[in-house]
Design a protein around this ligand. Structure first.
Ligand SMILES: N[C@@H](CCC(=O)N[C@@H](CS)C(=O)NCC(=O)O)C(=O)O
Length: 234
């Protein structure tokens, strides 16, 4: 028999996609350790980390002696550890399938489009022409997927309806990314996504995690997402 809860260690980089898992862990109320793997400092290429996660990506979740990667799997696993917190709908329901519909869209389309803008060399090689072509195509893809996000959100306050889920934490991260200075072209208006991100931002767990991450790297937040002086000095 394995002990519950398992020993959880999140390997994360500030403001990376791992922020969603970081928020989910905080929302779970379970004890966990957060270990920084700063990808800007290439910590993810160190042998110690590659031994743990050969793909060299974050997030990775240590679960006792095992390691789980891929945001969608990690978010699902965390939510299922604490069903009483309703971080995802019950298995076997259509609502649960909707959650996966969202998370797949986020990882396979949204994240991929951003990567093509932030790191075009990962798809197009190092040549300036290749990078420019990937970047232009990725701006186009990002525009389309933002429109899909807006349409799918409809008038509901959260991605799955009336209550917060890990899908909202995942969407929150990529909303922050939409304000990155490396995005050179105007993106479509995203009022519904903005409103959702504002709701998520009101959560204590989210502010706590963002504060913790910003101690490692003081990343920018979009206008309207400031932490007040009391929080930053706490
Ligand atoms: N499909 C993975 C993607 C993970 C990923 O690409 N993470 C980025 C940070 S957002 C990373 O680790 N980049 C560093 C690298 O690829 O070297 C997931 O959804 O978790």
């Amino acid at each position: 028999m394995t002990a519950f809860p398992p020993q959880l260690t999140l390997y994360y980089s500030p403001k990376a996609c791992s922020l969603a898992a970081h928020i989910a862990l905080e929302e779970s109320g379970l004890p966990y350790a957060a270990s920084t793997v700063n990808i800007r400092a290439q910590d993810n290429r160190r042998p110690e980390y590659l031994q743990l996660n050969p793909s060299g990506t974050v997030p990775a979740l240590g679960i006792d002696a095992q390691v789980l990667t891929e945001s969608q799997a990690i978010l699902t696993y965390i939510a299922d550890l604490v069903p009483e917190r309703n971080l995802l709908p019950r298995t076997g329901t259509l609502a649960r399938a909707r959650a996966h519909q969202w998370m797949n869209l986020i990882s396979s389309s949204l994240h991929v489009a951003y990567r093509g803008i932030f790191r075009p060399q990962s798809y197009g090689g190092e040549s300036p022409e290749g990078m420019a072509a990937v970047s232009a195509q990725s701006h186009h893809s990002l525009t389309k997927v933002i429109q899909t996000v807006e349409e799918r959100l409809g008038e509901q306050p959260y991605a799955l309806g009336d209550s917060f889920s890990v899908v909202d934490a995942y969407l929150f991260v990529f909303y922050l990314w939409s304000h990155d200075e490396r995005i050179q072209q105007a993106l479509p208006a995203r009022p519904r996504w903005h409103a959702l991100a504002q709701r998520v931002w009101q959560r204590e767990s989210v502010r706590k995690v963002v504060l913790r991450e910003r101690e490692v790297r003081a990343y920018d937040l979009p206008a309207g997402f400031a932490l007040d002086a009391q929080e930053t000095s706490a």
